[in-house]
Design a protein around this ligand. Sequence first.
Ligand SMILES: Nc1ncnc2c1ncn2[C@@H]1O[C@H](COP(=O)(O)OP(=O)(O)OP(=O)(O)O)[C@@H](O)[C@H]1O
Ligand SMILES: [Mg+2]
Length: 255
Amino acid sequence: MTMIAVGSLKGSPGATTLGLGLASRWPHGHRPVVVECDPAGGDLVARFRLELTPGLVSLAAAARRAEHSDLLWQHTQQLPGELRAVAAPPGADQAHAALMELTSGSEEHSALRTAAEPAGAVVIADCGRIEARSPALPIVKGADALLLLMRARDDALAHAASRVDALAKWSTSASLVLLGDGYPAREVSRELGISVLARLPEDPKGAAILSGSSRRRSALGRSDLGKALAALAERLADQVAAQSADPPKTARAAR
Ligand SMILES: Nc1ncnc2c1ncn2[C@@H]1O[C@H](COP(=O)(O)OP(=O)(O)OP(=O)(O)O)[C@@H](O)[C@H]1O
Ligand SMILES: [Mg+2]
């Protein structure tokens, strides 16, 4: 299985939208699933009018009972299109508690990884804001890739610069995804010492499709955001495949 963690350092730059978009545009032949791992509480239940169960809470309870066979898929719900997601409860306390259970165990053998293993899934874990006390940190640490979404503006860059040392301890496979206009990727990368994997356009119409507020799902592929996400998903899929074909250089081997 492949685990891609997405998150932010500050504000709400669009991490949930990025996670859903990557899963929607992931190359064919894989089984992408979005798992809401945001300790501040989930957004998918409200945005897509989902049920609270099945979801992150029921997955955490089942993982505790060590029922591992195809566990992840049993706790997904269908979003518009073919996409499946494990939705977190909107309440921070409940989401936090479920995450604590799912991240028990070692980073590479967290209950979440174990639950996803038999399914051979591509798990896109939306970890929300990433910080030292986050219960999603073990997911970040154990992920095959971490994507941090941020704007390339002075305030966001200054904040990111103050967190670079902590980030380096959490992930050796972090890359930045920039949103909208701002400093060139090369400058951001040089300033922060983290590679920039992609720049996503500011595209309210494309984002609205991924936020559940537009029903025109078929338009995603034609939107600027949809195209940029498809290119990023393809690049990530190639990167992860290359990592597993070349184990000594993988981020996990480095840990
Ligand atoms: N590329 C984009 N272009 C324009 N609007 C966007 C883009 N990405 C996200 N948005 C919009 O920004 C808002 C916040 O997006 P989202 O919920 O994905 O952010 P987040 O980083 O997950 O926030 P939070 O920290 O609250 O979980 C939503 O209204 C979404 O539609
Ligand atoms: Mg979010």
